[in-house]
Design a protein. Sequence first.
Length: 436
Amino acid sequence: MESFIIEGGHPLKGTITPQGAKNEALQVICTTILTDEPVRITNVPDILDVNNLIKLLQEIGVKVTKHSRHDYTFQSDELKLDYLDSLEFVKKCSSLRGSVLMIGPLLGRCGKATIAQPGGDKIGRRRLDTHFLGFKYLGANFVHDDERNVYQIQAKKLKGCYMLLDEASVTGTANIIMASVLAKGTTTIYNAACEPYIQQLCHLLNAMGAQISGIASNLLTIVGVDKLHGAEHRILPDMIEVGSFIGMAAMCGEGVRIKNVSVKDLGIIPDAFRRLGVKIKIEDDDLVIPEQKHYVIDSFIDGTIMTLADAPWPGLTPDLLSVLLVVATQARGSVLFHQKMFESRLFFVDKLIDMGAQIILCDPHRAVVVGHDHKMKLRAGRMTSPDIRAGIALLIAAMSANGTSRIANIAQIDRGYEDIEHRLNALGAKITRVCD
């Protein structure tokens, strides 16, 4: 186990470039299972979740060539299908959330998949019903092995159909798309997730020979093909990391430039920070966050308190509510945060309250923040990272606090943020990694 020691109060200044998108990387890397030809992917983030997925693919027989730190070629021409049912494989899947994205391509290409309940963040229940209902619509049969807690899914040949998803699940949509591209006939997915990650997945599949239309909408049409071929693909900048850097720059910055963010793919993320009063300038494809002596939370037109809530794309991603909440602690005014999707994701606010933040946790899904307007700094403290996004939010809080803080279980942060302490220290932060 490792921890971060953070000496608060050091201003950030300079330029930082976001890593490749974690959520996109997990999807497009699994896509390489669908063809026996090489697929080259660049801008791959060097983070724990992605590296563990790559190791898992290597163990099932995928050939991985690493050209540089962020540049890989994958070739799935000799898959070890027997290994997929082994206890060793099942155990490894259970600790990696991204492993669930292997089901669709394995089912689509090989006609079967065995996978464990995936691990990942401790943020509440993450059901897989959408995935399995989609596979069932396509003609797959699945059985839950209670003794090993694994799912066995089989289909001689998937058949295209119309389906209306019960929720716009991002990973569910991705899995169903990957299963559908080699199915017989036409698949129509309504209420599909349409995040940029899904759009990128579809663009890569089309480059590999798939026939997907309706990209960027919630109605996708997929005409099955017999075979896919190799392709090249570049992963987008990570919008969640961009949002995290906006939050850091607002609370601790003396002028920070975030380079090459792909502004057109950020959706309403910049506007969400602007609602908290954060100033953001767009220069070409960069974001510039000037020093913020004060930032004032907006109210609605009728004067009522501002509410920020997560929603499926193009709404506000739930992954940034933790960061926005921390930023609000030093704003002028009050704001209600409504975390609709996960019932445990706001529990980390207890640590912020211990640090002196004025927060009312109304219930597992809602919290009211009364900002300090920079008149009262947060206090340093000892805390533990419960998940990736709460971990980065606590890191931002510690960087802005008076004194020295300690954050344990930083493997959670490493799952989603590449070399975060070195990159922030280059801007002026004082963060040290230590072994517990």
